[in-house]
Design a protein around this ligand. Sequence first.
Ligand code: BGC
Length: 533
Amino acid sequence: MEPQSHWWRDAAIYQIYVRSFADSNGDGEGDLAGIRERLPHLAELGVDAIWLTPFYVSPLADGGYDVADYRDVDPRFGTLEDFDALLETAHGMGIRLIIDVVPNHSSSAHRWFKEAAAAEPGEHARSRYVFRDGRGPDGEEPPNNWKSIFGGPAWTRLKRPDGTPEQWYLHLFDPEQPDFDWTNQEVHDEFDDVLRFWLDRGVDGFRIDVAHGMVKDPAMPDIAEDAKADMLDGSTSLPYFDQDGVHEIYRRWARIAAEYPGDRALVAEAWVEDAQRVARYLRPDELHQAFNFEYLTAPWDAGRLREVIDVSLAANTAVGATTTWVLSNHDVTRHVTRFGGGEQGLRRARAATLLMLGLPGSVYLYQGEELGLPEVTDLPEDSLQDPTWERSGRTDRGRDGCRVPLPWGGDQAPYGFGPEGSVPWLPMPEGWGALSRAAQRGVEGSTLELYTKALRLRRELDALGDGSMAWLDAPGGVLYFEREPGVRVAVNLTGEAVELAADGEVLVASGPVGEPAGGTLSLPAETAVWLRG
Ligand code: BGC
């Protein structure tokens, strides 16, 4: 197949946080059968692919990013048969399916880690993880000063059954997520096999968790005391992220994916310094896409957005990759809230959606953004599950607020997420019935209809999706660009209406707007339109 025709180059990929999408059996947690039942909704919305967050056997210490068995489904989420049925139904509807692979660390409940913990220092079973002696006379200090992304030290000391302390093991995330030692060939072989296990089942690709992790600087140097170990920052270079050796792993994975028919995609979750560093993961013999976190983290500011768009397109084009755009995911505050919350946040979020869907490349949508869901900022403390909450000494509430189950219909919890009377794993706010899919479906002007219409147009119009763009003159605070043939996108980021020299027909608008008259479009505050002609 010609490189330019890969499906992912202009796909709209919808992220499903499995635990929070749809609960078919009433245990309060979403599951694979629930997703399968609701696929018609996603077909109607018009997405090309879905990405499932981890559904593997897991103690769920980090929402499933702590995998105990990479080749099986956690009973809470279903069975391998449910997975196969979901994949088959999705494919039957023309929807591709990609899954998460978590190679930086496993769960401490993984068989390998249990063997390692039971082994003696220096024994083979220890070599699959990063075990080191501690510093200080009795080894009571951690081997270095690396910090966990979730707070506290990145090392935990093992104890023998009689309580005697011994070696330390590395966990860049929770203590229940020990880091694999990627200098061990067995780890490479294991992941080759895990990829093949799912590729053989027919998945269309993988989202690679912490894709900039895995390889550590062999000297394991201390980091600067004031270094920010916040992965969602990416602005600091750290001896355990974005090391050159990781690219060798991806060259191998790309060869494995290429052995399979049907264009399998590899997508990097790499929080690294800038677009050029990200693009290194997308060189022609490596991965296919990476999330554009520089875009996700850009503020509501025309100048900054324009800069990020230009830099992203230039960096990706230089390596022949398509650019991706994303506003939300399961790790960040939902963008309605980031953009100010309330009516203003929603107005901006809707405009941001038309901007994003109008840009060249592919887009990642996070479940619930099509309903305009805000972050839930007032979850009761005793319901919080993100390890960040405890690890930060209860100062950072973590990411549960963007993981609240989806409202599908009805006027009280669980709002159709699960059977009536079931209790969702995170409480759903009062009043969410008004945001539910049933309340928005077919309702002119609803956020759901805005997404549905824009995704349909994006599919129908040759100008949109993959391709190039050209900026057009516009007043300050307005982004205005052309997609050939014949589509223009205008976004007013200011708090005032602006007069824009523009004509043509309004294809879709994020808020109330009149047609251009006499060569002028009056574009209300914080509003976006697509124009044709
Ligand atoms: C995932 C997070 C997870 C972390 C550790 C991230 O990139 O998106 O949800 O906590 O990796 O696996």
